[in-house]
Design a binder for this molecule. Structure first.
Ligand SMILES: *Cc1c(COP(=O)(O)O)cnc(C)c1O
Length: 357
């Protein structure tokens, strides 16, 4: 049996887990810290963990009511209608729904480079093509502005903006988002706010009041510490009304995920603590790491270490897993997720030793 032509498709390479690396090096997993996947080092809210346990005995039922409850809670949180909330299996799942809703075969999407791999993957799954706009370094900063997006824009149907941006930590202003939406032609602008909780600026959700050509992506994977349950959502224009019912895989978010999300949203203190610890850690890495770092609005810091692959390998041997950004097209940079205070201090100490060697 021949598959369809998958030669343009690329594999998503998730950061490797501690168990995997420990096994490879013949070491004990407890010797490692994982700061390579932008996870929440404090874990999920205890309330969410309790909700997951409590959901266990009810999982023989399809998640109809709880899906509606979480949709309503998210809608209330953002002051949008229930129809504007597209729950999904992770933010990635929501990207798929947007592609389903937007793309005809051979439509093209515009994605940032460097950037999050899944935008392009999702477009290709939906028979789309992919073009890129540059996120370029200028004077020690990665510039996310309307001009670099619009000068690359050539009639694409969806434009992806990551704000805060992974892996650089930079962000778009809302004015830039507005200018981009004004400057494109019958295109949806997707503002990916997977790291939105860590930035102190306003969310692009407020633009949904004014316009029907923007969608915003949010996730429970990062600040909420629920990466393993797979829960995220898109907030879409009000005029799309019943489109979700036509594109979603039935019961897009599982009962366990919905219960976890509901409980997590009732624990603001956990998110606040997480954000505070990230603010501390970004400062610390910026001040203490003996390498050039870039200002970050996410839960990670990008650092220019010269030879990213060698530094990532050497840090791994010292028990610290970070992300080599070569695959993002940044062979001199590593991305370090902010861990607990202890983990972040250890990572910086190890990296400084490696850089000094
Ligand atoms: C982590 C991340 C997402 C969403 O991840 P999910 O776990 O699928 O919710 C989306 N965009 C970016 C840029 C991310 O880093």
């Amino acid at each position: 049996m021949e598959l369809r032509d998958l030669s343009d498709h690329v594999e998503y390479r998730a950061g490797r887990g501690i168990e995997e690396v420990a096994r490879e090096l013949g070491r004990d997993p407890s010797e490692f810290v994982k700061l390579s996947s932008n996870e929440n080092p404090h874990g999920p809210s205890p309330k969410a963990a309790d909700a997951i346990r409590a959901a266990a005995s009810e999982v023989h039922r399809y998640p109809k009511a709880v899906h509606a409850d979480l949709t309503a809670k998210v809608a209330d949180r953002w002051d949008v209608t229930d129809e504007q909330v597209w729950l999904a299996n992770g933010g990635d799942g929501a990207l798929d729904y947007l592609a389903r809703a937007m793309l005809d075969p051979d439509d093209t999407v515009l994605v940032p480079s460097p950037g999050f791999t899944y935008y392009g993957m999702s477009a290709r799954f939906h028979h789309g093509d992919v073009a890129e706009y540059p996120v370029a370094e200028r004077d020690g900063e990665f510039a996310l502005d309307a001009e670099s997006v619009l000068s690359a824009y050539d009639g694409e149907r969806v434009v992806y903006l990551t704000s805060p941006h992974n892996p650089t930590g930079a962000r778009f202003t809302l004015d830039a988002v507005r200018d981009i939406a004004d400057g494109v032609d019958d295109a949806l602008v997707v503002v990916d706010e997977a790291y939105g909780e860590f930035a102190d600026g306003p969310s692009a959700v407020e633009l949904l009041d004014e316009r029907d050509d923007i969608a915003v992506l949010r996730t429970f994977s990062k600040a909420y510490g629920l990466a393993g349950v797979r829960l995220g959502y898109a907030l879409v224009p009000e005029s799309w009304a019943d489109a979700y019912a036509r594109v979603q895989t039935p019961f897009a978010a599982s009962a366990v995920a919905c219960e976890a999300g509901l409980a997590a949203m009732d624990d603001d203190a956990h998110v606040e603590q997480t954000v505070e610890s990230v603010e501390w850690g970004r400062e610390y890495v910026h001040d203490e790491l003996d390498a050039q770092t870039y200002e970050s609005h996410g839960n990670f810091v990008l650092a220019n270490v010269g030879d990213a692959e060698a530094v990532t390998e050497a840090a791994k041997r010292e028990g610290v897993l970070i992300r080599d950004c070569s695959s993002f097209g940044l062979p001199e940079c590593v991305r370090v997720t902010i861990g607990t205070r202890e983990e972040t201090e250890r990572a910086v100490a190890v990296l400084n030793e490696v850089l000094d060697a």
